[in-house]
Design a protein around this ligand. Structure first.
Ligand code: ISE
Length: 335
């Protein structure tokens, strides 16, 4: 039957997933919504037939109408919600980051392995974006030879209030960490962070933009320009430089308008717009797999690997240099 999903966190991302499950994808319904803001969550639940409002994730996950969980609360709240979902042995789609650091991510891995089966898919939705899928196909085909460097640009028009240097790594660059691991099928072994004098448009205290460099165990070099107050739109671009050619995505050559001596196209305003189809595909795939009693997509191991790289990245920001990534061996459970 229809999968009853509890959505934990109804901020920008959670609210968009509530809409997506209710109006866009098939096979699931929002059976419960959870948020610390009781007013907000009641207003959302009142608008959805058969949906219950909660402020406590533990109560929501005990609701008999809940078959699965989508965690879209802030990163530091993920660990408690994940462990609660495990108590009920519920399948989880957990928005990135799995957790913000390696130690907490390892606690999640240990708890999931105790269940004896995978229950977590992590919301690295770029793996479901058509352009990234095409880029992975080209790189994996070998037609361009080995990937030597991967250049990434990750720009937000604006960032939420209170956004910090560490969040630049844990919330934003975390995507390029997963993209690097997924595209190149390599692990990231070291992180270096540089930054210019901050933009005058950057929020007070935020070093924005920053330039992050990853080294990988396959000998590739990856760079990420992260700029979360660029002001003009949401742009995510990647260019792989290989032995026999290059491959580039994210130029968004959709509609091109020529008029009155000008030409140009649009730029997405934010991530929910630019990656709308990727989120739709990601959640539809998760619902379909869960209804079949299966699981696929980025695992808690991918979440842990990204958390280990995030930890090195935050240290590199603070220490102003190159920090090597410390990771455990990949357990057979996640091979
Ligand atoms: C946000 O949490 C995301 O996941 C977006 O993809 C990213 O571009 C943005 O910077 C993050 O804050």
């Amino acid at each position: 039957g229809t999968l009853g999903v509890a959505v934990i966190g109804t901020g920008k991302m959670g609210a968009d997933h509530v809409r997506r499950i209710t109006d866009v994808i098939s096979g699931a319904r929002v059976a419960a919504v959870v948020d610390i803001d009781a007013e907000r969550v009641k207003a959302i639940a009142d608008g959805i037939k058969g949906c219950a409002a909660y402020t406590d994730p533990a109560e929501a996950l005990a609701d008999p109408g809940v078959d699965a969980v989508l965690i879209a609360s802030p990163g530091p709240a993920h660990e408690a919600a994940l462990l609660e979902a495990f108590r009920h042995d519920l399948p989880v789609l957990c928005e990135k980051p799995l957790t913000p650091d390696a130690v907490s991510a390892l606690r999640v891995l240990e708890a999931e392995q105790k269940l004896g089966h995978r229950r977590v898919q992590v919301g690295f939705m770029r793996r479901f974006d058509a352009e990234y899928i095409e880029l992975k196909r080209v790189l994996s085909s070998g037609e361009l030879g080995r990937t030597l460097m991967l250049h990434n640009r990750h720009r937000n028009a604006y960032c939420p209030p209170g956004f910090t240097d560490a969040m630049l790594i844990n919330d934003s660059v975390v995507h390029e960490m997963d993209v690097t691991r997924w595209l190149l099928e390599q692990e990231i072994t070291a992180v270096t962070v540089h930054h210019p004098n901050p933009s005058s448009n950057a929020p007070e205290g935020l070093h924005d933009p920053q330039f992050v460099v990853f080294e990988t165990d396959g000998g590739s070099l990856v760079d990420v320009e992260i700029f979360v107050s660029c002001g003009y739109g949401y742009q995510v671009q990647a260019e792989a430089v290989c032995e026999k050619g290059t491959a580039r995505i994210g130029d968004q050559h959709g509609l091109l308008v020529n008029t009155a001596g000008r030409w140009g196209g649009g730029i997405a305003p934010d991530f929910v717009a630019r990656f709308e189809e990727a989120y739709d595909r990601e959640v539809q795939q998760w619902v379909d797999a869960t209804r079949r009693g299966e699981i696929s997509g980025p695992s808690a191991w991918d979440g842990y690997a990204a958390a280990a790289v995030c930890e090195a990245g935050v240290r590199a920001q603070a220490e102003g240099g190159r920090v090597e990534v410390e990771m455990i061996e990949r357990p057979a459970f996640y091979r």
